[in-house]
Design a protein around this ligand. Structure first.
Ligand code: HEM
Length: 198
């Protein structure tokens, strides 16, 4: 496969890093919102009780606060990666879709890719605005980033955006993955190779 049929190395690394980050954020988002408000406080957290990594904090917080802060911190990090990715996309033309694709497949893929970019930005930005208008504000791994302006109306509006865009985004990601599998398993074409390093 020559270079004009493959994404740049940078685009490929960004694609897979952000993919892992987003899946983690969905799992964490849905997990943390089910946690009770009145959990026992602790300053030490075994991440997801997996026994792999124990996080030490400077102060005691409830599990809900710990996982919410983790969600915000990883989300801000992802937003920075996504901003870089958008910049990269605007300055580097992606390889043309394989000629074997039907016209409807090309149109659907292009539309899905555009929408994925839009939702990739809307998701963390709506979370950030929600955090800004909450009473807690936003910290990035313990560092104060935004104050809490405590406006219930605005916070709830962006909470609704975050929840609904999240559902649409998750469905679109499933469609995107289903498309990739279709090319790999049914069409047996080179589509997935375009996004692989080797
Ligand atoms: C980067 C992509 C992000 C994804 C994929 C994501 C995903 C999610 C999901 C799935 C939920 C659960 C929503 C529900 O209850 O149905 C959630 C909740 C939440 N997210 Fe995000 N999120 C992202 C970024 C952020 C960022 C950057 C912030 C803030 C800095 C943030 C703040 C929140 C908060 C505060 C909640 C809880 C809302 C509540 O129930 O009060 N998120 N997120």
């Amino acid at each position: 496969m020559n270079h004009s049929t493959r994404y740049t190395r940078t685009a490929i690394i960004l694609h897979w890093l952000i993919a892992i980050g987003l899946i983690f954020m969905f799992a964490l988002g849905w997990f943390m919102t089910d946690l009770p408000r009145e959990g026992a406080k602790s300053s030490s957290y075994d991440l997801f009780d997996l026994g792999i990594y124990t996080w030490q904090l400077a102060e005691e917080v409830t599990p809900r606060t710990f996982y919410f802060n983790l969600h915000k911190s990883v989300g801000i990090t992802l937003l920075a990666l996504i901003a870089f990715r958008v910049l990269w996309r605007f300055t580097h033309r992606p390889p043309a879709l394989p000629a074997s694709l039907a016209a409807w497949e090309k149109r659907l893929a292009e539309l899905a890719h555009k929408l994925l970019y839009v939702l990739m930005v809307v998701m963390p930005v709506s979370g950030l605005i929600m955090g800004l208008y909450s009473k807690y504000g936003v910290k990035w791994f313990g560092i104060d980033i935004l104050p809490g302006l405590d406006d219930k109306g605005i916070r709830e509006t962006f909470l609704t955006v975050h929840e609904w865009v999240g559902v649409i985004f998750a469905l679109l990601i499933i469609l995107h993955i289903a498309g990739a599998f279709k090319h790999k398993l049914i069409d047996k074409d080179e589509t997935l190779k375009r996004m692989s390093l080797r």
